[in-house]
Design a binder for this molecule. Structure first.
Ligand code: ADP
Ligand code: MG
Ligand code: MG
Ligand code: MG
Length: 390
């Protein structure tokens, strides 16, 4: 990467750039605002009379634990290439990319401001009737289409080599799969949760299962994952769903993305009154139904694998993906509760006792998903186990 041509944009220079690129007329008056959350990336919203665009730029550092650490700009290129591939395989659910520049670490894309970030909507009590259907299709299509089954092993390996993403994987390996299971500096939780955290750190069986799941993450190259598919990466409305922010994209295990989506639904459910949890349970069942159905449809339509028609293979694979995912789900619930990056669904519970209780449940249910993942064979069973933990 040619670092010399990188400079961080301002609201003003972002406007000059989109005009220079011909996305707007030189003479047009544009408004420009930075709307990102500012930890890793800038997000500029640039609006003219008739249209608007988003300019996302990676910053060369991340603000983590009050400090700044250098973080590769390469991730902007990963994000841009992942968005284009996801746009090819799941066009309805991916923002359109208008332009990208590797040296500037930018992607210019469709403005989705007419939609709402699903996490925010869920916290405010929205239900988004189609989100699970759409997200299940997105995951099945993007994963299946980038796997050995669809691409054949040679093409797949070539693509896999272009999505190595070691630095962002390292963040996940640390913050999701390691630190929450030790008394690590990066962990962050209120004193009231200390006994629960210490219980996890002393649970050698949980640690063994976590080590097994971490190894899967480190070594499986099933498909090009989104890599950060929580409800904050989904824009939604009653009718539309768009998945953004794939800067963590890399070749990993099939079960990872669906696990993160599902875990974030469970954590939102923890923040709701019991009478309002049902729509989330329905989403959890639906996303799995749709994923299985769509994966199966694609498998039958196009499969380069000689064993594709071998009896029991597809059924075994789907069961294996489910089992992995149950484990990844549990890890996501644990790390979002005591690790570095929390979710607003839980942190935003105003009543202190209720918040502590929800977080204790998140830890206990998460640990059960991890340790008992071999015993779960359907999303209904996960929902039942979750309800038993309430
Ligand atoms: P980060 O990688 O820093 O988390 P995101 O891609 O998630 O960045 O974007 C951060 C925020 O910027 C989003 O939560 C959303 O509010 C806004 N944003 C990002 N992409 C778009 C878009 N295409 N349209 C409208 N707003 C967007
Ligand atoms: Mg962010
Ligand atoms: Mg991101
Ligand atoms: Mg994001």
């Amino acid at each position: 990467m040619n670092m010399s041509s990188y400079e961080s944009l301002t609201t003003g220079s972002a406007v000059s750039l989109v005009k220079k690129l011909g996305l707007f007329a030189e003479s047009e008056t544009l408004s420009s605002r930075e709307i990102g959350d500012g930890n890793l990336n800038y997000v500029f919203h640039i609006k003219g009379k008739e249209k608007s665009v988003i300019v996302k730029q990676a910053l060369p550092y991340a603000k983590v634990v009050g400090e700044s650490w250098p973080l590769t700009l390469e991730r902007a290129d990963i994000e841009n290439r992942a968005l284009r591939l996801q746009g090819k395989f799941a066009p309805d659910y991916t923002p359109k990319v208008y332009y990208s520049d590797k040296d500037l670490a930018i992607t210019i894309m469709e403005d989705l401001s007419h939609l709402e970030i699903a996490r925010t909507g869920f916290i405010n009590g929205e239900d988004y009737p189609l989100i699970a259907q759409h997200t299940g299709e997105f995951i099945a299509r993007t994963l299946y289409s980038t796997s050995d089954f669809a691409m054949g092993p040679q093409e797949k390996k070539k693509l896999q080599n272009t999505f190595c993403n070691p630095e962002l994987c390292d963040i996940t390996e640390g913050l999701v799969f390691t630190d929450p299971f030790f008394d690590a500096e990066t962990n962050d939780f209120e004193e009231g949760l200390r006994p629960d955290a210490e219980k996890l750190w002393q649970d050698s069986n949980l640690k063994l299962h976590t080590a097994q799941l971490k190894r899967l993450f480190l070594t499986s190259g099933d498909a090009l994952l989104h890599g950060d598919l929580h409800t904050g990466s989904i824009f939604a409305s009653e009718t539309e769903t768009k998945i953004i922010d794939p800067e963590f994209a890399f070749y990993g295990p099939f079960g990872f993305d669906i696990a993160h989506f599902t875990a974030n639904l469970f954590m939102n459910a923890l923040s709701r009154e019991d009478s309002r949890r049902e729509p989330l349970y329905a989403h959890i069942v639906t996303v799995w139904d749709v994923f299985n159905r769509e994966f199966t449809r694609l498998w039958k339509e196009n499969n380069t694998e000689a064993f594709a028609k071998t009896e029991g293979y597809l059924e075994w694979l789907l069961a294996d993906i489910f089992e992995q995912a149950a484990g990844f789900m549990g890890l996501e619930m644990i790390r979002r509760t005591i690790g570095l990056a929390h979710v607003k669904d839980l942190d935003g519970i105003e009543d202190e006792a209720a918040r502590l209780q929800a977080k204790q449940r998140s830890l206990a249910i998460g640990a059960r998903f991890v340790k008992e993942r071999h015993q779960f064979t359907s999303a209904d069973q996960l929902v039942s186990a979750f309800q038993e933990g309430l």
